[in-house]
Every structure is written in structure tokens, then in C-alpha cells.
Design a protein around this ligand. Structure first.
Ligand code: 15L
Length: 260
């Protein structure tokens, strides 16, 4: 058998994680984690079902790894209690396990919702002020700080992908600005896992977008060349975007706390 890099993929049963599971299995020996059922193990896979806030589980999952692709945690508009558990506590427990095990590289699913309260009329870059649009965005903002701390203090490198809207195709007008195709996500994850040096890098992750809100010069340096273009779907969506804020519905949805 080839000498494959050993990579932990968290969130492996999720919408994006399931895609990455299939896409990466050819080239990596995968440790897979999710709190949900992972189904049967396929070739090159070792399964670890359970909660990221469990330090013993995290220690077992990261032993002997080359890198982590961290796509676990809650995605979407959730209560503070939910994101506190999964995205804040869970991420810290995982990074602590990585530090103790000597893992040096993490590619992590941050989100465009870290800056979702910027108006749609602005073009911003990763150095622009953070303006989270939800508790979810706040939890991703925490993750960017946490990973920065683990880099400055312990040298663990993280590529923070501020993912736009990662779906097979754009499904709303806003996604002409935010869409990330599955294969372009895969390209970014592969670059993050294999690049010589990353340091602590924050980039917006989209496919080609003529109407895009975000500019990330570091992506070219990383070698990213998107294969897909949101504009190919422009004819499906008439009229101007109804959104005022880049985060779209996240910036205006009722808090989960108020819906209870
Ligand atoms: C995200 O960060 C969410 O995880 C995803 O469900 C989408 O809603 C996406 O942002 C988006 O902004 O479209």
C-alpha cells in the first residue's frame, strides 16, 4: 500500500463532510468523526463516532495523524447553547488533543458569517473588521481566534476557510456572490493539507463569482484556481438581490432563543 498521509475528517456525516469523505478517500488514510452515524467503514477509513467535547475520543482520533480537516460542529442558525457546545468547546478540545499529539496542520471550516453584517454593497477582504451576523458567526469568529492562538503559541498551522455557500449548485440569488462548488472546496482542502507553509491563514472560499463580496489575494499564492463559476447560473435568478447584508438570512433571522 502507498504511504498515505493520515488525516482526521470531522463532521464526516454532514452535508459537506460526506462529500469530502468520498473525495479524499483515494489519497488519504482517513480517520472519520461525527456525532451522527457514519455507516460502514470503507477502504482507508477508521471510524470514530462521538462528540468532539470528549477529550478521550479526541485523543484517540488524532494519535499519529499528519493533519486534520475540521468540518464538525453546528452549521446554520442555532442557539448560543448549541454553538457553545459544538463550535466553541468542541473545537478547543480538538485543538488541545492535536497539540498534545503533535499534529501540525489543520484545515478548518470557518464561515462567511464571521463578517455577515457587512453590507452587500462593500467588497471586503480577510483583514476587514469582523462583523458576525449570528451566534453561529460569533462561534466561527472565536474559532479564528482560537486557531490563531494555537499557531502563535504552539506553531500549529491552520487554514481558516471562510466558506461561502457550499452546495452542488447555487439555489438563491445571493449565491451568485457566495457559491463554492464541491470540487472547488475539495481543491482548497487538498491545498491546505499539502501546502509547504500556511502559518495562520484566513481566506474566503468561493468559486469564481463575478458579483462576489470578497477578495482573498492569498488564495492565488496558495495555488487555488477555481474550476467553477457562479455566473453560469445567473439566468436562473432574476432581479437584484433582496439582501442588505452579506450574510443574507443569517443577519435578519429571529434568534433561536426567541423561537423556543
Ligand atoms: C454557512 O456558513 C452555513 O454553514 C451554510 O449552511 C450556508 O447557509 C452558508 O453559510 C451561506 O452563507 O449560504
Amino acid at each position: 500500500m502507498r504511504d498515505m498521509k493520515r488525516v482526521l475528517l470531522t463532521g464526516a456525516s454532514g452535508r459537506i463532510g460526506s462529500y469530502l469523505r468520498g473525495a479524499l478517500a483515494q489519497d488519504f488514510a482517513l480517520h472519520l468523526n461525527d456525532v451522527a452515524d457514519l455507516g460502514p467503514a470503507r477502504a482507508n477509513e477508521t471510524l470514530f463516532q462521538g462528540d468532539l467535547t470528549d477529550p478521550d475520543l479526541c485523543a484517540r482520533m488524532v494519535a499519529g495523524l499528519d493533519a486534520i480537516a475540521h468540518f464538525g460542529g453546528r452549521s446554520g442558525i442555532h442557539s448560543f447553547a448549541d454553538v457553545l457546545h459544538s463550535n466553541i468547546v468542541g473545537m478547543q478540545v480538538l485543538y488541545e488533543a492535536a497539540r498534545k499529539a503533535g499534529v501540525r496542520r489543520i484545515v478548518w471550516a470557518s464561515s462567511n458569517h464571521v463578517t455577515g453584517f457587512h453590507p452587500v454593497t462593500e467588497v471586503i477582504d480577510p483583514a476587514s473588521p469582523r462583523r458576525p451576523d449570528s451566534f453561529y458567526g460569533v462561534s466561527k469568529s472565536f474559532g479564528e481566534d482560537l486557531s490563531r492562538f494555537y499557531f502563535d503559541r504552539f506553531g500549529i498551522e491552520t487554514l481558516c476557510l471562510r466558506i461561502g455557500s457550499c452546495f452542488p449548485e447555487p439555489t438563491a440569488r445571493r449565491m451568485l456572490a457566495t457559491w463554492l462548488s464541491h470540487r472547488d472546496l475539495e481543491q482548497l482542502v487538498r491545498l491546505g493539507l499539502s501546502a509547504g507553509r500556511i502559518g495562520h491563514m484566513v481566506v474566503y472560499a468561493t468559486s469564481e463569482t463575478r458579483e462576489g463580496f470578497w477578495h482573498s489575494p492569498a488564495l492565488r499564492v496558495l495555488g487555488y484556481r477555481p474550476k467553477d463559476d457562479a455566473d453560469a447560473f445567473a439566468a436562473r435568478f432574476d432581479g437584484p438581490s433582496p439582501e442588505r447584508f452579506q450574510g443574507g438570512p443569517f443577519a435578519t433571522a429571529p434568534l433561536a432563543e426567541d423561537r423556543a
